[in-house]
Design a protein. Sequence first.
Length: 340
Amino acid sequence: MILNVALDTETYPWRAMLLRKDATCQNACDYCSNSLEKTRFLAIEDLQDWTAGERGINIVTYPYPGVIEDVCSLTGKIVDCGGGPIVVTLGPGALKDISELRLLKQAGVAGVCFSLISATKNLDASVRHGNRSGLSWWDECWRLTEAAVELWGKDRVGLTLSVGLGETEQQILATMQKAKDMGVLPYVSPLEATAKVKVSLGKFYRILVGRYLIINQMSSCSQMQFGDFGQVIHFGIPKERFIEIVASGKPLEQTGLWLDCSNFGRLEEMSGWFLKGVPDKGEVPTLIGQICKMDWREAWITQRRVFELEGEDFDEDEIEAGNGSIYKLIAELGRTYQSK
């Protein structure tokens, strides 16, 4: 059995993809670029050297028969040579059943992260056309996540989501709230090349701020207010607190696999989406302006997709011609939080 580990050290300095030379992903997901031919491979021995000491690594799996056995074997080798903490990211079809989670725990895996990706069950069904397990990944993922929390404990299990499949801000923040209530830390990144709906910086920043407030229990999805198009119009906190939080830079940076594990560090800046470090004082009003800026066209396209997935009629002429609610909520968010 020959294992290959692909390191994407420029964008994700702590991530490796675990593959077999003859392995191909058995899923067919619309959002995946499948650009594995561009991946650099390292031998297991190189990976062991690279992770020696306290530096951790996230092993991203692709679903193929025997993948969990391979992960356990590799984990054992890394642990034996003094490697840092290991987190395994699992997508649809990677696990045959819950018992394989126990195998990962016994092998020394420090935590797991599930690639849920879609913010709603309807979205998940629309982008996945193959799954080795034969089950709905949305339902299966939550079941496995709950079992993982029982094994590893709260805040030692992650859930990854993507922005750009056609979700509203309210939908993705509600999913993050559900995860946090279970003791799971949600993570989010923007889809770019394979996005169904092009993501604006304003929408992504609002989701990042909402996520930060949720995971730090400074606000909740139920305390936030949303407009007719599912966009945040109030974060559930006062303006002064909002400005203070944005000025810290913390909501707009991408963290490692869990907040209390500094070994993984922060992701490098990815296509300009994330901040690096504390912003200068003069940059704060600009950041607040970006958070408050809403894209009418993005909201319109997203709402159309939501209606389509729910089987409802979407009157394009009516919404495009006269619906002023989008402009009202743009003004409302700006009045609430924009620095003067």
